[in-house]
Write a protein that binds this ligand. Structure first.
Ligand SMILES: [Zn+2]
Length: 234
């Protein structure tokens, strides 16, 4: 029987049943914990991850030790695109931002699977193109958009991947995410708090008004979604 089930990751779920089975036979469901470091940049990547309920931040650190999030990978994506592009080294640090589960494949199994799963190969190349576009948008976002709008965007992106109105986030991480000082984060968070869009206490972020956050988010939130939908359609 050619049955296809939902496994919680959109890339896996988009595969034809035979390819999905091959992937699931090789994959291991693992639990990732908050702030767990999966790999550091330039390290050899031993595996790839298809998050289902977990989500992972990819971070860049400059020579002066300034850190900023460049990409967020959740149930819509895969961590480990370098392997698809024939490079075994990680371009960024990867830190778990949302605890949860992910399907993990070893590098060897992933590379073997790609040769026998043409739809997966095509899908991941399209996903790579989407990520490149999103990275480019992030550059423009950081340069031109106000910090309050960028924070609202990030909160919406995180809520989408967390599938929950409440999630853990530290102020230190928020400052990395926006590439700004903690003072800047405090001001932006206070602004959203005053509008009763969020409540933040002891490292827990509560989204109170998603629609209000959408209205205050910069345009990049909807641009990211439109880019993904335009290129990842079957
Ligand atoms: Zn923006």
């Amino acid at each position: 029987m050619n049955t296809k089930l939902s496994h919680g990751n959109q890339l896996v779920d988009a595969l034809p049943a035979p390819e999905q089975r091959k992937l699931l036979d090789m994959a291991q469901m693992v639990t990732l914990s908050f702030e767990q470091v999966l790999h550091s940049h330039n390290e050899s990547m031993p595996c790839v991850y298809f998050p289902t309920t977990a989500f992972i931040s990819e971070l860049v650190t400059t020579a002066q030790n300034e850190c900023i999030e460049v990409h967020l990978v959740g149930h819509e994506g895969m961590l480990g695109l370098s392997l698809l592009l024939q490079d075994k080294h990680a371009p960024f640090d990867a830190v778990v931002q949302g605890a949860g589960e992910a399907l993990r494949l070893s590098r060897k199994d992933f590379l073997h699977l790609l040769k026998h799963a043409p739809k997966l190969d095509r899908l991941l190349h399209r996903y790579t193109y989407v990520v490149i576009q999103q990275l480019a948008h992030n550059v423009a976002c950081a340069q031109y958009h106000a910090i309050e709008g960028r924070l609202a965007r990030w909160l919406l992106m995180t809520q989408d991947r967390a599938g929950n109105d409440t999630f853990a986030v530290t102020q230190e991480f928020l400052s990395h995410m926006l590439g700004t000082s903690r003072v800047g984060i405090t001001h932006a968070a206070s602004f959203l708090k005053k509008l009763k869009l969020i409540h933040y206490v002891r490292g827990q972020m509560h989204i109170l008004d998603r629609e209000g956050l959408r209205q205050h988010s910069c345009s990049c939130y909807l641009t990211d979604i439109a880019t993904y939908q335009a290129h990842m359609k079957n």
